[in-house]
Design a binder for this molecule. Structure first.
Ligand code: UD1
Ligand code: UDP
Length: 373
């Protein structure tokens, strides 16, 4: 007998899809596994954007997203739906990634069925349950449950050891986001038209330095978003810069940004970009302003200075490498730090160096071997 190991990979949001497709591709190509994919569709449009580009067709789609969804209603729908899929599939392993509501609920549903869970991107900790909210608690819950912890870095592995996780279950694999970035870069090199949709904006802003912006963190809603908008408004008054800002579809983001920044000549508020186009934006940008987790990992790999508009980070490696800087959500501070990089060539050069603290692009292969053994 022996048979193939049945792996159920569960995800629901854009960043999980980006960070798990390299593993889904690798599992599907490996005869030792029977790979099944369940998407919660906690995100709908942004998830589908990734699935289309990377060619993953889920076996289950729970389609849970509601406009402006609350965390409790979302979590309840996820637990019930994911539990039913697990009862049907009876996998040997459930794989989850990161710190979203989908990942947390999938880990709990697996635990309720005594199915071992593997956690990809394990051990990230800010040390503050208010930032990022609610992700810091989600990942601590998953860390308590998982039977296999795939830590992206030694720092993350050490955080798990400090929490008395069995060291035999902790493995440093790198972050699959680097696998994803390499994959998409190779696809764009083969077919440049995959990322050609920014041409019009690139032409409109020719001669200006591009600042790429993203923002979506729940703990920044309200005052934080207002301050971020104010910083962008002030920076956009400079004739030598243009801001390209793919706006997250959460209504709490768009409302503020459209109100404060709509119609400004040097600000392009655009729909979320698909992954190849976002990779292109990272490529053409001089500087990135973000509160995203994934972007903090991609920017150092590409040597793009990134100002992190958050109070804490669970990704200290980018800061240690010198490519990322925590600037919080105070408008004066964001503007001052951005202007320093725009006006001081030495300060810019000191940050604009490629580092790879998050992996070598072979993380999925390492995780596959861990699941096989
Ligand atoms: C979620 C994750 C967060 C992750 C982020 C990545 C949780 C609690 N939060 O936050 O950790 O960093 O995704 O982007 O798991 N929406 C759409 N279309 C989409 C996606 C979202 O309209 O394709 C809107 C909907 O109104 C939805 C809202 O955004 O209700 C919020 O989505 P949700 O997944 O609850 O939270 P995010 O803030 O996106
Ligand atoms: N991203 C994208 N299009 C965009 C903005 C971001 O494809 O318009 C990608 C980005 O390259 C990164 C991921 O989405 O891989 C980050 O997702 P997000 O910021 O939504 O979530 P977080 O990483 O903060 O959980």
């Amino acid at each position: 007998m022996g048979g193939r190991k049945r792996i159920l990979t569960v995800f629901g949001t854009r960043p999980e899809a980006i960070k798990l497709f390299p593993l889904v591709h690798a599992l599907a190509a490996d005869p030792r596994f029977e790979s099944r994919v369940c998407v919660s569709a906690q995100h709908r449009a942004m998830l589908d954007q990734v699935l289309t580009v990377v060619g993953v067709a889920p076996d289950h789609d729970l389609d849970v997203m509601q406009p402006d969804q609350s965390l409790d209603a979302l979590t309840a729908a996820l637990l019930t739906g994911l539990g039913m899929v697990m009862d049907q599939e009876r996998p040997d392993w459930v794989v989850v990634q990161g710190d979203t509501a989908t990942a947390m609920a999938a880990a709990i549903a697996a635990y309720y069925r005594r199915i071992p869970a593997a956690h990809v991107e394990a051990g990230l900790r800010s040390g503050d349950i208010r930032h990022p909210w609610p992700e810091e608690v989600n990942r601590r819950i998953i860390g308590t449950i998982a039977a296999l912890h795939c830590a992206p870095t030694e720092t993350a592995a050490e955080a798990l050891r400090r929490e008395t996780v069995d060291p035999a279950t902790i493995h440093v694999t790198g972050n699959t986001v680097i696998d994803a970035l390499h994959w998409i870069t190779a696809r764009i090199a083969e077919r440049p038209q995959l990322a050609a949709g920014l041409a019009e904006l690139e032409q409109r802003f020719a001669g200006k330095r591009i600042v790429g912006v993203t923002s979506h963190r729940r703990e920044n809603f309200g005052d934080g978003m207002e301050a971020i908008a104010e910083a962008i408004r002030r920076l956009a008054a400079r004739p030598d810069v243009a801001m390209i800002f793919p706006v997250h579809p959460n209504p709490n983001v768009g409302r503020v940004m459209n109100e404060r920044l709509g119609g400004l000549a040097n600000v392009a508020l655009i729909e979320p970009l698909d992954y190849p186009h976002f990779a292109r934006l990272l490529d053409i940008a001089t500087l990135i302003l973000t509160d995203s987790g994934g972007v903090q990992e991609e920017a150092p790999a590409l040597g793009k200075p990134v100002l992190v508009m958050r109070e804490t980070t669970e990704r200290p490696e980018g800061i240690a490498a010198g490519t990322a800087k925590l600037v919080g959500t105070d408008a004066d501070r964001i503007v001052a730090e951005a202007e320093r990089l725009l006006d001081d060539a030495e300060a810019y050069a000191a940050m604009a160096r490629a580092h790879n603290p998050f992996g070598d692009g072979h993380s999925a292969a390492k995780i596959v071997e861990l699941l096989a053994s």
